[in-house]
Ligand binder design. Sequence first.
Ligand code: SF4
Length: 260
Amino acid sequence: MNDRGLIFDIKRDSTEDGPGIRTVVFFKGCPLSCIWCQNPEGKRFMPEADVNGNRIGTWYTVDELVYRMLQDKPFFTTTGGGVTLSGGEPTLQMDFAGQLLQALKREGIHTALETSGFFAFDAFKEKMLPWLDLIYFDLKLIDAAESERYSGRSSKKIFDNFSTLIKTAKIPVIPRIPLIPGITATERNLKGIAAFLAKHSVKTCALMPYNPLWLGKLENLGISAPRYTHSRFMTTEELKACADYFTHGSHSAQAQADSV
Ligand code: SF4
């Protein structure tokens, strides 16, 4: 169903998903299955109902979405904002996402993508990249086996895609590292990612501190036994220790802590 996209949320007035004031379109469905996923309602590529019978996931045409985005265009114009495609994983619905990006660019709207990086690169390059102004690219686990264990997929394709993208893209590609205590926020993983970024001469990255509020969504989705249950925010000291792996040592990059 390429003429419609499955969307599970549209968030207006965001200041955390790119420059200026943005409207964020959340695509439903993700090829990964991270055990800490902050948006568990966005994982499955199908409409579903929560335990209260509320429907999650609506099929939209490009025109329907663009019509809604245009209501916010005055805010985009005055703040340097725009539209951010997020999820789930927008590249899972590559054809639709590409058509949406083209329509937004025809309207003169700045476009950004938040991606897990797990996509077919050639298709992405053809169908989405030419109409993007900015990409936030998640790097989670550099070890392929650990990535498979915690997200259901090897990270090889993700890191390969990142390497290819920063050589190809003529737009900013910002690596983002979600800090998941005991999983991604380990010395070995963060040092490994810092070395990878240094090898590719990437000078900045964004660290995304763990936010436990997603656990509250699980009951609504009827999930009673999550594999990951870390229930507190990270301390300032813990965040600093993570940032230090990027700003100190032989592989230095500027790390900025954002909120997830
Ligand atoms: S890649 Fe993102 S949306 Fe997909 S399962 Fe992992 S955390 Fe959730």
